[in-house]
Design a protein around this ligand. Structure first.
Ligand code: SF4
Ligand code: SF4
Length: 342
């Protein structure tokens, strides 16, 4: 399926216009101050690919921060009628994702297609095309290569673009969705010749052995001292979960009045103290160290057991965004050592 072509950087404007004219919504990194955020864009001039990584991930394209699952009205004698409008999410192109973000879709899909397929997630993903751009630079928080990814990894992308000169991108067209984008302006894509992406990719050192970590983390489960020390600074603010491309926790609540209501699904975080609070007042994770342990164990142990993959793609956003500088890689390295040393 994969084909390789070359596209000139100045031709991206035309490809963008053709994509927009086809009726697709386009989300891409947009600069705000010193950071970039995925937002809807209507001209290629708004797109900014200069940042190592966007502050927030692109997961809102498939899993919105807050969405209405159903709407209802109350009639006479308690009768309830439901709004039966078909669910039709917009056909979307996410442009400018980094390879780690593209890879994160597999982790989200594993959750939303697990016991009960979630039509909201799955239909959004089916209508979304991912055009990623390889990383030519990385920072000290990036650790994709430690969790199976890489700066030129193709997993999850429909097209992967790698800058191979000042003027050109190597375009790997990986899926039928990617081919549909190329078909909008095939004249923009030339034969690739012998262009190679590897010399242009960022160098990201492997920082820990993730298979070793998966074995050592469970050993520390009952070692309260370790988790307490690691989580001492944690505020339980949930920022790490909200910027994370793979975090899938949500809460469902009704907002209703006498006429009717709406059932909303909104992002949540296992780092919040209310997340596991029972109506009885009992909270099985009543201190922050238990909540931090849950976050780490879920991504690096439970996910592997249940889904056969990690729940982390090494994007580094949680470490960059944490207001108290909790550094995930440093904690993982410590856990790997601790488990091994008993
Ligand atoms: S962002 Fe930092 S302080 Fe906030 S919950 Fe996550 S680890 Fe704790
Ligand atoms: S846990 Fe942190 S590094 Fe891993 S995917 Fe989430 S935000 Fe990125």
């Amino acid at each position: 399926m994969a084909e390789t072509r070359l596209i000139r950087k100045d031709a991206l404007t035309k490809l963008f216009e053709k994509t927009r004219q086809s009726g697709r919504r386009i989300l891409a990194p947009k600069a705000k101050g010193e950071q970039a955020f995925f937002e809807e864009v209507t001209s290629f001039g708004e797109v900014c690919l200069d940042h190592v990584q966007t502050r927030s991930s692109a997961k809102e394209a498939v899993f919105p921060k807050c969405e209405a699952l159903l709407r209802y009205k109350f009639g006479d004698k308690g009768a309830v009628s439901y709004d039966e409008k078909p669910f039709e999410p917009p056909v979307t192109v996410v442009f400018g994702t980094r390879p780690c973000d593209a890879r994160s879709l597999a982790a989200l899909r594993a959750v939303f297609n697990w016991d009960t397929p979630d039509k909201f997630y799955l239909e959004r993903e089916a209508r979304t095309t991912i055009i990623s751009v390889s990383c030519t630079k990385a920072d000290s928080d990036c650790f994709c290569t430690s969790v199976g990814g890489g700066p030129g990894d193709t997993a999850g992308s429909d097209i992967l673009l790698t800058p191979v000169s000042d003027k050109e991108y190597l375009a790997e067209i990986l899926t039928e969705k990617g081919q549909a984008i190329v078909a909008l302006a095939p004249e923009l894509f030339a034969t690739a010749g012998g262009a190679q992406k590897e010399p242009h990719l960022a160098k990201v050192a492997v920082q820990f052995d993730v298979n070793e970590l998966a074995k050592t983390i469970p050993v520390t489960f009952n070692d309260e001292k370790v988790w307490q020390e690691q989580s001492l600074a944690c505020l339980g603010c949930g920022t790490c979960a909200y910027v994370c491309p793979t975090c899938a926790c949500f809460d469902i609540q009704d907002e209703a009045n006498r006429q009717g209501g709406v059932r909303l699904r909104c992002w949540d975080s296992c780092g919040f103290s209310l997340f596991t609070l029972h109506t009885s007042g009992h909270n099985p994770r009543h201190v922050q160290s238990q909540r931090w342990r849950q976050r780490v164990m879920h991504k690096f142990s439970y996910y592997l057991e249940r889904q056969g993959m990690l729940g982390c793609v090494g994007c580094g956003r949680c470490s960059r965004a944490c207001p108290v500088d909790m550094n995930l890689v440093e904690h993982l390295k410590e856990l790997a050592l601790h488990g091994r040393n008993g």
